[in-house]
Ligand binder design. Structure first.
Ligand SMILES: Nc1nc2c(ncn2[C@@H]2O[C@H](COP(=O)(O)O[C@H]3[C@@H](O)[C@H](n4cnc5c(=O)[nH]c(N)nc54)O[C@@H]3COP(=O)(O)O)[C@@H](O)[C@H]2O)c(=O)[nH]1
Length: 816
């Protein structure tokens, strides 16, 4: 017979039976019915307690036992296992007892003499026990589920198949504002917002009525009228036959997310529309997003291009890049940075911008990204610069005003202190301004001041400052002043600039100034002191009459006054033919003949008498007048030589001095060539004396000029040899003919062995270089004999003759 049980393992049956035979009888019967099972027999309450530690599929118990009564056994079993099927099999149990036993938890009772009913009863009880277990399990799950639903943050409601709400969870109540009591029995249509059309709901119902799951976003309306967005899933529930019995709706409130998305979209459209540059970038500066204004400014069209850029690429130069690096550090540290920088925009142009940089942090405080907004401040900058200019400059003349002057003055003093130079402060007061203003009116006065300002500016270098002090007063701060002569040159420049009149209306107005001068550090090292002293000096100048200047330090006044006057006179000297050329004879020690002469300039001043070249040649050189005057000397010397030639003197030369300023005259060569031709001068009869400085200052151009002159046939002598820094070896590089030993070595050579040694060595070395040697300043016979002994070729000096005027020279030559 087949085993009727469902177990794959044998059933486990516990027999509570005192009679072993009866137990065996029962076992035999069940086995004969085909039941496969394990079994145990027990007959005490203690055994029950022990055995029920194990699991049993069914318990079959006798009712009347000597040591245990059936009711007691049932109670003990039920206490330990409420579910296990319990069947009484007894020969003695009466109807009443059996009913009572059933009420106490027995599942059935069977008479021992009617065991046929036992197997079906066992099978039925096993099934029922299984069902009970499953039911209880289902109940537990349901309880858990309902707890989950109750505590869920998603809103849940359940309707019947007609859509009438049967259950809502607390989240639903919160989301919709309706309580379970208010809404149970109603349909979800109560939540409709009017934002979806009829077709939308028809589609929803069609889906779920077909047994499919609906997923979608619904806009519903809260009890208070506000809209909310729900991400919804509606699942139909079916019974065993597949009929829909319920619908379960779960919904997630996504209103905030929808708003954020809307807000983001809105934000992006705002960022794209703003004229400010907005960038979002990584901590290291790589750009994630650059708005339209930014892309246009930088000429970047594509997102890929933007993403390869660095925020530092946006800015103009190294300084701005450093700025941004510091900003990145600051924003990481403090979360915000405010500043200004300069953007590099199209065509390498600069755009000043104000900038705010922000750090955006994650919930844990780490930085997620950085953002910056930059605003074009070029107009403001322009305005600021304009304002700054207006603050610093005089409205009428546009010259720096006195406040800005102090600024520039401070820098000038700092520079001069560092470089050991002078700074000159000139205080200028126009002599005749009041008259112009009174006679021609204020407009003319203003125009005059403007033109004067322009002319003053033209006299000075850009690092000097010409400022309007107020009214008709101007202050000038001049840098790079090496000595008082430099100041005089400035004064001369000023005078020259105002030699021309200023044209106002229909009038020519000549302008003169009273000028006070103070020198740093001579007259003070504080700005206020220097300005005050220049002012005082101006007052002294003014009180001496118009067109005067005064140094604050009186000793400078005398010297500078003299120099300036001398310079003024010098300008007229050439036209007035006040220059003379003296000649100093030169003796050839080999032949004992006068073989040449040096032309030396003199100035016959109408008042001062004969002025030494030492006093005016430097002025000629500084003013550039040496060029026309030097040309005069050349012509004069060549003419004199012509007369000497014509008087029968052969093999005679004339030397003249050529200064550095003449050497930079690009026409020097042409002038020499032309003069030689004009005076039909044998070229080798002309000797040009140059100093070492000319060679050292610009050796390349000096070589070129010397070669050209040498090429003409003229001789070149190196003058003042030994006073400069050159050596004979150095001189070898130049085309020279004569070396002139300076008179400082000659004057002491009798008493000073080192001078004697220098003179001796100079002669010997010069000869080795094929140069002739002439010693100048020979005043005694001893000096002359020294030179003769040491084979010097020629001598020049008072011992032979002082420099002589032309006629006296001729007499001298004839005498010799
Ligand atoms: N560029 C030009 N420079 C010129 C010119 N004429 C002269 N000078 C230079 O001026 C400096 C002074 O010249 P000067 O006062 O004429 O002095 C010369 C001689 O008088 C003087 N000398 C001559 N012999 C003696 C002497 O025995 N004792 C003594 N104490 N002085 C003497 O030496 C001067 C000659 O110098 P040098 O030119 O070096 O031969 C002077 O530097 C001239 O160069 C000119 O036309 N252009």
């Amino acid at each position: 017979m087949p085993n009727t049980q469902n177990h794959t393992t044998p059933l486990r049956i516990l027999l509570i039976e005192d009679a072993e035979d009866d137990a065996q009888l029962l076992v035999d019967h069940l086995e004969s019915e085909g039941l496969v099972f394990d079994w145990r027999r027990i007959d005490t309450e203690r055994d029950i307690i022990v055995k029920l530690q194990e699991s049993w599929d069914i318990i079959i118990s006798d009712f009347s036992m000597p040591h245990l009564n059936g009711t007691r056994a049932l109670e003990t079993v039920r206490r330990l296992d409420p579910d296990v099927p319990f069947i009484f099999v007894s020969g003695t149990i009466g109807e009443d007892t059996a009913v009572k036993a059933m009420r106490s938890g027995a599942h059935d009772y069977i008479m021992k003499n009617n065991l046929n009913r036992l197997l079906p009863t066992i099978q039925r009880e096993l099934r029922d026990a299984q069902a009970r277990r499953e039911g209880r399990h289902a109940e537990q799950i349901l309880r858990k589920l309902s707890l989950v639903v109750k505590q869920a943050t998603d809103s849940v409601f359940i309707t019947d198949s007609k859509g009438r709400i049967e259950y809502v969870n607390p989240a639903f109540e919160t989301l919709t504002g309706y309580t379970a009591d208010e809404i149970n029995g109603k349909t979800p249509a109560i939540l409709r917002s009017g934002k979806h059309d009829v077709a939308f709901y028809q589609q929803l119902w069609r889906t779920i009525n077909c047994g499919d799951i609906f997923k979608g976003t619904l806009i519903n309306r809260h009890k208070n009228g506000e809209l909310f967005h729900e991400e919804k899933v509606i699942t139909p529930l079916k019974d065993a036959q597949g009929h829909i019995t319920h619908f379960v709706s779960t919904g997630r409130d996504i209103t905030a997310r929808v708003y954020v998305e809307h807000a983001n979209a809105r934000l992006i459209s705002i960022l794209e529309a703003t004229p400010d540059l907005v960038a979002i970038f990584e901590q290291d500066g790589r750009i994630r997003y650059l708005n339209r204004a930014g892309r246009q400014l930088l000429g970047l069209d594509f997102e890929e291009e933007v993403s390869t850029r660095h925020v530092q690429d946006l800015v103009h130069n190294d300084t701005a890049q450093q700025h941004i690096s510091q900003a990145l550090l600051a924003v990481r540290e403090y979360g915000i940075w405010n500043g200004e920088t300069v953007l590099r925009v199209a065509e390498g142009k600069r755009l000043p911008v104000s900038q705010v940089m922000l750090a955006h942090r994650n919930a844990d405080g780490t930085i997620e990204y950085l953002s910056t907004i930059m605003r074009d401040i070029s107009e403001r900058k322009h305005f600021e610069a304009e304002l700054q200019h207006q603050t610093n400059h005089d409205r009428l003349t546009d010259l720096p005003n006195r406040f800005f002057l102090v600024d520039r003055f401070t820098s000038a003093l700092e520079y001069a202190k560092r470089h050991g130079e002078y700074v000159a402060v000139l205080f200028l007061d126009m002599d005749n301004f009041k008259r112009v203003n009174d006679n021609l009116g204020h407009a003319a006065g203003d125009s005059l001041l403007q033109q004067v300002a322009q002319r003053l500016k033209g006299c000075f270098r850009s690092n000097d400052t010409v400022a309007r002090h107020g009214g008709d007063e101007f202050t000038i701060v001049a840098n790079d002043i090496k000595n008082s002569e430099d100041v005089l040159r400035l004064l001369q420049k000023l005078r020259t600039a105002f030699e021309r009149p200023i044209f106002i209306g229909s009038q020519n107005i000549y302008i003169t100034f009273s000028i006070g001068i103070a020198l740093y550090p001579h007259d003070g090292d504080q700005i206020e002191d220097l300005l005050h002293h220049a002012d005082i000096a101006m007052f002294w100048a003014k009180s001496s009459g118009p067109n005067q200047y005064r140094f604050y330090a009186s000793e400078m006044n005398a010297r500078s006054h003299e120099l300036l006057k001398l310079e003024e006179d010098l300008r007229l000297a050439l036209d007035r033919e006040e220059f003379l050329l003296y000649y100093q004879p030169q003796l050839d020690l080999r032949s004992n003949r006068i073989i040449g002469m040096e032309g030396l300039i003199r100035w016959q001043h109408p008042v001062r008498g004969l002025v030494s070249p030492a006093d005016f040649v430097p002025l000629l050189e500084n003013s550039g007048m040496i060029i026309p005057v030097g040309e005069w000397v050349l012509r004069q010397a060549c003419r004199a030589h012509r007369t000497i030639r014509e008087a029968g003197f052969d093999n005679f030369h004339v030397s003249i001095n050529v200064s550095a300023a003449q050497f930079s005259d690009e026409y020097l060569f042409d002038k020499i060539k032309r003069t030689l031709q004009d005076e039909q001068m044998p070229q080798q009869a002309l000797e040009l004396e140059i100093t070492e400085n000319i060679l050292i200052k610009d050796p390349i151009s000096a070589t070129e000029t010397l070669r050209a002159i040498h090429g003409l046939g003229a001789r070149i002598a190196i003058d003042d040899f030994g006073t400069g820094y050159s050596s004979l070896a150095y001189l070898k590089r130049f085309p020279l003919n004569v070396l002139k030993i300076d008179r400082t070595f000659v004057s002491d050579l009798i008493d000073d062995p080192s001078d004697a040694a220098i003179a001796e060595a100079s002669v010997s070395l010069a000869h080795k270089l094929d140069l002739e040697v002439i010693a100048e300043g020979v005043e005694t016979i001893q000096q002359l004999e020294f030179m003769r002994t040491h084979e010097c070729d020629m001598v020049q000096g008072y011992y032979i003759s002082k420099p002589l005027p032309w006629l006296e020279l001729m007499k001298f030559l004839q005498r010799r």
